[in-house]
Design a protein around this ligand. Structure first.
Ligand SMILES: NC(=O)c1ccc[n+]([C@@H]2O[C@H](COP(=O)([O-])OP(=O)(O)OC[C@H]3O[C@@H](n4cnc5c(N)ncnc54)[C@H](O)[C@@H]3O)[C@@H](O)[C@H]2O)c1
Length: 337
């Protein structure tokens, strides 16, 4: 089975590449990634010599790049992880890059998958497309889309394009919508690695607003296993929500991290809230559990401990990301090829 994984140098994509190669001996992966600031080939260190793995630097929103990779490889499935993924960037730097990659890039992949008769297309989407919840209730696959920030608006746009390609052109496409991920290799602009990294350096831990924004946290390897399950067993045209159904306010996570690292709560610094900050997300994962038989394996305590231990054991990775040195890794590895 030859898989095209877009965005495979990012946080979830790189965990997925490792997971799928470890789990299935008959799988080959082509990692197609533009290496934006979020793409880090150090996440895949050690795989370069694996004959089942290939890296192609390319942009999903560039028709020539997309055409070339589809012409070179006959894919059995495309898994589209590539995205501009950080809400704060979509608010501070504008939506253009998000529209370019998340909307236009997804459409180019859909067109190429149709043209080359790729038997399966998996779109990696997010719970954020549903908008915000009140104090109770959970998002189901039937919840209407209601994105509230430019990032989630472009992810919702991509979902509609995937739906249209399936409905109008018969492409075998499925969509996964997952809740907040955490785990190894996450770029330290996101909540959990940012708090771990700052706590390790004894720096203030910035918490938005009152810290009571609730998210449904899932360990990244549970997400990877769910995607692999949908790839193999998902029904054409269906959407699958993924989450661990473990909802917790941000401030509690920050306090847990400080406790694990034996650092004082006085490091917590409340900062002005993000504009339009969604109050609560929570996923109903009944469909994927009952129809496809997937279950999350990690409790939050296990996942958080594994994550903190990983950051403690991988100081150089964190240092390279924070100093920008990871950007040189591509040149070192592929510069003369
Ligand atoms: N992180 C989460 O909690 C979460 C939750 C649910 C869904 N998702 C979705 O999962 C996917 C992966 O998220 P992540 O957190 O790993 O993101 P990330 O920002 O860590 O990685 C994104 C990757 O995509 C690559 N990329 C960006 N633009 C590209 C382009 N035009 N062409 C090719 N490659 C490009 C980057 O170089 C990077 O390697 C995204 O689609 C995101 O919307 C993330």
């Amino acid at each position: 089975m030859k898989l095209m994984v877009t965005g495979g140098a990012g946080f979830i994509g790189s965990n997925f590449v490792r997971y799928v190669l470890d789990t299935h001996t008959d799988v080959h992966v082509v990692n197609f990634d533009a290496l934006t600031y979020a793409g880090n080939l150090e996440n895949l260190a050690g795989l370069e010599e694996d004959s089942r793995y290939a890296f192609v630097r390319g942009d999903i929103s560039n028709p020539d790049d997309v055409q070339a990779v589809f012409a070179q490889y006959g894919f059995d499935a495309v898994l589209n992880f590539a995205a501009e993924s950080h809400v704060d960037r979509s608010l501070h730097f504008g939506a253009q890059a998000f529209i370019q990659t998340n909307v236009l890039g997804t459409q180019l992949l859909l067109d190429a998958a149709r043209k080359h008769d790729v038997p399966r297309f998996v779109q990696i989407s997010t719970d954020e497309v549903y908008g915000s919840l009140g104090d109770d209730g959970r998002f189901s696959e039937a919840t209407p889309m209601g994105p509230n920030n430019p990032y989630s608006a472009t992810k919702a746009g991509a979902d509609f394009l995937v739906r249209a390609a399936e409905h109008s052109h018969g492409l075998d496409a499925v969509i996964t919508r997952c809740s907040n991920n955490y785990g190894p290799y996450q770029f330290p602009e996101k909540l959990i690695p940012l708090m771990i990294a700052n706590a390790l350096e004894g720096k203030p831990l910035p918490v938005y607003g009152d810290g009571m924004h609730v998210r449904d946290w899932i360990f990244v390897l549970d997400h990877c296993e769910a995607i692999d399950t949908v790839l193999r067993k998902g029904v054409k045209g269906e959407v699958y929500n993924i989450g661990s159904m473990y909802d917790v306010p941000n401030i509690e996570i920050v306090k847990l991290i400080l406790k694990h690292l034996d650092k004082p709560e006085s490091l917590i610094t409340y900062v002005k809230d993000r504009p339009g900050h969604d109050r609560r997300y929570a996923m109903d994962n009944t469909k994927i559990r009952t129809e496809l038989g997937w279950e999350p394996k990690y409790t939050f305590e296990q996942g958080l401990k594994t994550t903190i231990d990983w950051y403690l054991a991988n100081g150089p990775w964190l240092e390279h990301v924070r100093s920008g040195r990871y950007l040189q890794y591509y040149e070192k590895l592929y510069g003369d090829r």
